[in-house]
Every structure is written in structure tokens, then in C-alpha cells.
Ligand binder design. Structure first.
Ligand code: ATP
Ligand code: MG
Length: 224
């Protein structure tokens, strides 16, 4: 379970201060599909960044499985992120000059996995995402949808408990977007927690729980 207690995030100082998160208290149960919706600038990506331990909170606490992640030292934090969280962010660029295999196995190299095992794990995911024929192609030769699938494979390769996805279908066509949504649902059915930020109402409704953010606060939580 992920527990946020009165989490605040303030960017900037003085006159130009922005309260991106303004007192978020929230429990996210394990193994659920969560969607986060809200207007542009409401704080959705900031919330995801806080849960993903990519940036520090201004105040408040975040615990996953009872462990405080908001005050971990930076070496522990890097280890926590690499082991526990898969990020599917548009801003998380792939290495364009590296092959699909090299991109997907990257988190396993960081984790110190030996080569044979890491190739085997990456290969399975590349196959699952329908990219076998592209395995040894450089990422900069792929289409947008194919690149997105590479980033999903890379997010899943360490078998993380939590997957954070910030508008993963944002610039995909209808068919590719549906495939990504189906895949996220499949990941949830394997027991993982998926947190999806989306502007698409239909996609948001496919989640078990939808959280609406307004001006850095929780406006409503809908469970289905
Ligand atoms: N690094 C930053 N420095 C200063 N202000 C920031 C920074 N990141 C976000 N903000 C501000 O914090 C607020 C929330 O931003 P955030 O990116 O979380 O919104 P969002 O809900 O993800 O929006 P969108 O739907 O457009 O992606 C906005 O007012 C934004 O301008
Ligand atoms: Mg955003």
C-alpha cells in the first residue's frame, strides 16, 4: 500500500510560488488500477513524481509498505526506484542510438543482473510487446507506438510492484492506445499496482479507482 499524508509541493519562491500539491492525503491499495484525472496544471504529474520518488516533497510524508520514501538518502532512493517502480513517462526518453534490446535491459544492468539472465528477461518482454522483429534495431528507427512499447517493456523488465504511467497513450493512434490500455489492465491482473494519469475520460473509467485533482487538492475519489 502507498500512503500519502498531507503531501505538499511548492515550486518557486515569494510572488511566483506555485502550490502544485496542497495537502494530499491518500491511500493506494496494492494490485489496483488507479487513474488520476484533472485539468492541465492541476498537479497530476507532480503527484506521480512524488509517488515515484523522483522529486522531494515540500512537506508531508509518503510511505510504501510502511517505509518512508520521502526522506530516504539518495543512494537508497535510487535503489528503491530501480527495484520497485516502473516509469512509463513521455518525458522519460529512450536512448535513440541504442537498440531495443539495449534500452529494455538497461534497468537490469543498473541492478547488476548477469548478462544471460538479463537478455532472457528483456527478450521475453520484447516478445510480449510484439517487438521481436525490432529487437536489434536502433530505437530512432521505430514509430511512436513502437517506441512507447519499448518504454513499457523497459518499465516492466525489473518486475516492479508499482507502474506509474503519465499519459502513456497521449500521442498514439486509437489502435495503439487501446493496446497500451489492455496491457496496463493485464499488468494489474498480475497483481501489480498501476497508476495512470490521463486526459481521456474513457480510459480513466477503465480503472478500479479514479482520483480527480483540482488545484493541487483531491476533488473526488470514485471507486468502481
Ligand atoms: N518544475 C516546476 N517548476 C515550477 N513550477 C512547476 C514545475 N512543475 C510543475 N509546476 C507547476 O505546478 C503546477 C502543477 O503542474 P503539473 O505538471 O503537476 O500539472 P499536470 O496536472 O500534470 O498538468 P498537465 O495535464 O498539463 O500535464 C502547474 O501550475 C505547473 O506550472
Ligand atoms: Mg502532466
Amino acid at each position: 500500500m502507498i500512503q500519502l499524508n498531507d503531501v505538499r509541493k511548492i515550486y518557486g519562491e515569494g510572488e511566483s510560488q506555485v502550490k502544485a500539491l496542497d495537502g494530499i492525503t491518500l491511500q493506494i491499495p496494492d494490485g489496483k488500477f488507479i487513474s488520476i484525472v484533472g485539468k492541465s496544471g492541476s498537479g497530476k504529474s507532480t503527484l506521480l513524481n512524488m509517488i515515484g520518488a523522483l522529486d522531494n516533497v515540500s512537506s508531508g510524508t509518503i510511505e510504501t509498505d510502511g517505509i518512508r520514501i520521502d526522506d530516504l538518502p539518495s543512494d537508497k532512493l535510487a535503489e528503491y526506484r530501480n527495484k520497485n517502480i516502473g516509469y512509463i513517462f513521455q518525458a522519460f526518453y529512450l536512448e535513440p542510438q541504442f537498440t531495443v534490446m539495449e534500452n529494455v535491459e538497461m534497468p537490469l544492468i543498473i541492478a547488476g543482473e548477469d548478462k544471460a539472465l538479463r537478455r532472457e528477461k528483456a527478450h521475453k518482454l520484447i516478445e510480449r510487446l510484439g517487438l521481436l522483429d525490432k529487437e536489434n534495431k536502433k530505437v530512432n528507427t521505430l514509430s511512436g507506438g513502437q517506441k512507447q512499447r519499448v518504454s513499457i517493456a523497459r518499465a516492466l523488465v525489473v518486475d516492479p510492484k508499482i507502474i506509474l504511467a503519465d499519459e502513456p497513450t497521449g500521442n498514439l493512434d486509437v489502435k495503439n492506445a487501446k493496446e497500451v490500455m489492455d496491457l496496463l489492465r493485464e499488468i494489474v491482473s498480475e497483481g501489480k499496482t498501476v497508476i495512470l494519469v490521463t486526459h481521456n475520460q474513457d480510459d480513466a473509467k477503465k480503472a478500479d479507482i479514479t482520483i480527480e485533482i483540482q488545484d493541487g487538492k483531491i476533488a473526488c475519489i470514485e471507486e468502481r
